[in-house]
Design a protein around this ligand. Sequence first.
Ligand code: TNX
Length: 509
Amino acid sequence: FGAALLALTVFAQPASAEQTTRQLTDVIPVPVDAKPDPRADFRLDPATAIVAGRDARQVAGYLGGLLRPSTGYRLPVVPFAVTSKIELDLARTAKVGDQGYQLDVTKRGVTIRANTTDGLFAGVQTLRQLLPPSVESKTVQHAKWVVPGGSITDYPRFGERGAMLDVARHFFTPDQVKLYIDQIAQYKINTLHLHLADDQGWRIEIKSWPNLAKYGGSTEVGGGPGGYYTQAQYKDLVAYAASRHITVVPEIDMPGHTNAALASYPELNCDGVAPPLYTGIDVGFSSYCVDKDITYKFLDDVIGELAAMTPGKYLHIGGDEAQATTEADYQKFESQVLPIVAKHGKLAEGWHEIASVNPPVSAIPQFWDTDGQDAATAAAAAAGNKILMSPANKAYLDQMYTPDSPLGLHWAGYVEVKDSYDWDPATAVQGVGEQQVAGVEAPLWSETLTNSDAIEYMAFPRLAGIAEIGWSPESTHDWNSYRERLADQGPRWTAEGIDFYRSPQVDWK
Ligand code: TNX
């Protein structure tokens, strides 16, 4: 009897994750609504085609590119119905808004419907996670490519789910940024905030002020060679992000965090003397010269060139940690800069300090502090401004996980996987409720990060949690469910080559 029981126990274990059909809810971010139908599983086969009309062809091409390497199937994109299909249907779809989708799986195929191509793309990310993890492999795998039967209706809680990459403290090449774009897109992140200028480096070519990039971009933290994006490279990055349905928000930090610019042009300094380039990691020591006209001529040129090559609505003007600028000067400075942003047809985003200058109602302060309160941010929310949520002790991807983390800073505390998941954007900041929240963003500062492995180690798993908080309804929030779904992502990340942190809080598969 004992032996029989033992045998039973052994047989009750699934042989491997690959052989079990996945559940319709085994997805991050967890969908709004899922109705499984176990009799309706669909299995991809060599004859499966991707059906898409003209408007959906870009997403179809992306989907084919994802599935072909591991399945080895041809997966042609065709305009008409076939027997075994994944269909992308851009059609009026009730309830899912402009970013959501409806996904239906029957024995004959998968249909994703959405009102927009953004919605179709989001649905594709869900489909991808419904397939076995080895679908992420870059070489042909022998697996049963089964998609669990049923229907999903899904749409985001907040419009903006962002990731920020600091390319100023350490420079990352266009290919490194593209890799990160591909990685964040799978969690329905729709905004990439690029921190393009700080004390240690200026990373974007400005044709009217060429020394910014050439000299101001010539180093980085630790004294490495730095680098910058030419305007052509930046436009290519913006287009690449757009192909992943991600909007780029470029940031030029000011009036502080400006040593690289001040070092490049002596006339931007109050005393007319350029400071040396800076390769340390202190903050709060630099400021533009608020009383000089040239400061605003300079910023008009910079913002003008940046606006002209940025299709998104928002430019980020920093505004944080201006300890080297007096409060009166800060007010004066921002009251001149905000109209320059508007003059070039853009709306302003800024760190939450900009809430103190009575910004236009269209401006978005980004809350980054750890104590959940800031009177000016609450006042801006009361005045109708939307607030972007990045509380550092929850959402900062550069903070160490534990005292043993080999990378990262820890001024905001240690941020383990559970910490980064356990918060609610609608109660994170006093006086800022659900309706005033623009969304969430996970910033990745790069003082201690020099390559893609380091980016991956800090972003994964935490980015997935921030993405779920920004997308899934508050009613689905549940650490135990989340940590099980997160465990499922491990084999996917391994197949993708993502070097993630294997937190002991998760029973990795
Ligand atoms: C604070 S929070 C900063 C950055 C640093 C970061 C390091 C904020 C808006 N500014 O300048 O890189 O801490 O964690």
